[in-house]
Design a protein around this ligand. Structure first.
Ligand code: F6R
Length: 249
């Protein structure tokens, strides 16, 4: 695990956009996993601007979303489909057929999870994955639990996650309780992982992920075992990591 500490959210997002631009240049058909949520929003905006200026080309990129809520129509303004559409897909020249998401309205959810794992397998696994981190150290919607779940699966969202995500809903009670998430296997099999965290609300989760025990109770801690995981942090998110560890990494 490597740490990159930037002064602020703007620098963090710029650096993240540089890396993704580079990776797409190296491999135009990059299989790119993406998180929803607020942390990567500026990154996605920057990628959109770069694409419009002709500095990056998404025409062959294959995108895989990390997770979706169960029970929200793709057109629902709160669905991850809609938010990814507005914040990334519509801003870059991605082909529709290269966009992969789980169907949170599927009647047979188990079959839908298996279909998604097969789709990831069919491209040979992900090349690059953008992750955020929950205040409880979740990645994707792999919530703290007694075990790591390998495959794409149904998750009951924890109270911490529902509370954190309630900010996106006019009525907090409308925050969904269930989601589908990519599992730890696809995350760990990804060639390169970039976890982004910004702000003091993530300090504790980042500390657990970087310095704590590797445990499913802090799912991001599993990235300590990943061969090519980079944590892109601003100063606030990194503020509990001891200085010597920052130098070392
Ligand atoms: C969303 C996802 C989540 C978020 C995490 C942080 O697709 O996978 O793990 O990345 O909850 O969310 P924000 O960035 O909104 O703090």
């Amino acid at each position: 695990m490597k740490l990159k500490i930037m002064n602020n959210y703007e620098e963090l997002s710029e650096e993240a956009a540089n890396i993704i631009t580079e990776r797409i240049k190296e491999k135009p058909s990059l299989a790119l996993g993406v998180a929803a949520g607020s942390t990567p929003l500026l990154l996605y905006k920057k990628l959109g601007e770069r694409c419009q200026r002709g500095e990056v080309d998404f025409s062959c990129v294959r995108v895989f979303c990390l997770d979706v809520y169960i029970g929200l129509l793709p057109t629902d303004p709160h669905s991850f489909r809609r938010s990814m559409e507005e914040n990334l897909f519509s801003r870059v020249n991605l082909k529709k057929e290269h966009i992969n998401l789980m169907d949170g309205m599927a009647v047979d959810i188990a079959a839908e999870c298996a279909r998604y794992d097969d789709a990831v397998k069919a491209v040979g696994g992900l090349d690059f994955l953008v992750l955020g981190i929950g205040t409880n150290a979740h990645i994707g919607f792999n919530e703290p639990d007694e075990v790591f779940v390998a495959d794409t699966h149904v998750v009951e969202l924890s109270e911490a996650t529902r509370t954190a995500n309630a900010r996106f809903f006019e009525n907090p009670d409308d925050t969904p309780s269930w989601a589908i998430s990519m599992g730890i296997k696809d995350i760990m099999m990804t060639s390169e992982v970039m976890l982004m965290a910004s702000g003091a609300s993530k300090t504790e989760a980042v500390y657990k992920a970087v310095c704590g025990d590797i445990t499913p109770f802090a799912p991001a801690s599993v990235l300590q075992l990943h061969r090519n995981a980079h944590f892109y942090l601003d100063k606030a998110a990194a503020s509990r990591i001891p200085e010597e560890l920052i130098k070392e990494k």
